[in-house]
Ligand binder design. Structure first.
Ligand code: COA
Length: 259
């Protein structure tokens, strides 16, 4: 599908989705959010795509929601805008195919929030993170107050959100906001390497692990453990589990089929 503000390229079963409004530091206007929704639905539906990398064109990952659109919003339009963005980002987070953010530069406001909705974040040494909304008299609206606190803890999330301070990639790594920091020239290679490591594993097992972690965090420990045991049981019905264990015992690499 052709997009105006995004590019979607597929190579070796890995899709790279690039937000492409570099003159506005890839700020998310409503049209870009709508395209992100179409793109994640396309990625989830296409059989030739096994994993997704999200990045930004130029010197930014995404510098937030488009302030020129937010500046005139009414309360009802603002709420609808937040819920719409939340729904789009949630579709990234619940993707059964792994989603990695390759954070190349500014990841601010909605950009930080999209990175948070990805399963894994790899940052260039040039990346900067922040939730500057309170400087504009508003708050994060695409899940930042919820996902940031779940990822890095309540105290650090309150600090980042209420100070509106920008932090660099090393600090983001120190507090657990990103999984890895690499030199700018190595960003895509490192991201592809991690994606290929994941894609070498059994796809149904990977999908059910993502689902168990995502859902389990919202459950009691006992409920989460039942979910995990059910997934463990379900995977015992797959050809890939038989193949994975057989391959180990036969001292060879497994050939997974995703069934
Ligand atoms: N919404 C709309 N436009 C944005 C934007 C945003 N969130 N972030 C950057 N832009 C635009 C700028 O207005 C500018 O456009 P122009 O050239 O037409 O004037 C262009 O992108 C380049 O940004 P500029 O501010 O000139 O770059 P910089 O290097 O001086 O500063 C930032 C970079 C990221 C620090 C700065 O752009 C910024 O603070 N952006 C807003 C971040 C934010 O508050 N995001 C949360 C929104 S809820």
């Amino acid at each position: 599908m052709p997009y105006q503000f995004l590019t979607l390229a597929v190579e070796n079963r890995i899709a790279t989705l690039t937000v492409n409004r570099p003159d506005k530091l890839n700020a998310l206007n409503d049209a870009t959010i709508a395209e992100l929704g179409q793109a994640i639905d396309e990625v989830r539906a296409r059989d030739d795509i096994a994993g997704l990398i999200v990045t930004g064109a130029g010197r930014a990952f995404i510098a937030g929601a488009d302030i020129s659109e937010l500046s005139s919003q009414t309360p009802t339009i603002a709420k609808t805008r937040a819920q719409n963005g939340q729904s789009v980002f949630r579709r990234f987070e619940t993707s059964p195919k792994p989603v990695i953010a390759a954070v190349n530069g500014f990841a601010l406001g909605g950009g930080c929030e999209l990175a948070l909705a990805c399963h894994i974040r790899i940052a260039s040494e040039k990346a900067k993170f922040g939730q500057p909304e309170v400087k504009l008299g508003t708050c994060p609206g695409f899940g930042g107050t919820q996902r940031l606190s779940r990822l890095i803890g309540k105290g650090r999330a309150i600090q980042l959100i209420t100070t509106a301070e920008m932090i660099d990639a090393q600090e983001a790594y120190r507090i657990g906001l990103v999984n890895k920091v690499v030199p700018p020239d190595d960003l895509m290679t490192a991201t592809l390497e991690m994606m290929n490591t994941i894609l070498a594993n059994a796809p149904l097992a990977v999908a059910l692990c993502i689902e168990a972690i995502d859902h389990g965090l919202e459950m009691s420990l006992d409920e989460g453990l039942v979910l995990e045991a059910n997934h463990f049981g379900l995977l015992a019905a797959t050809e890939d589990m038989t193949e994975g264990m057989k391959a180990f015992l036969e001292k060879r690499a497994p050939a997974f089929k995703g069934r």
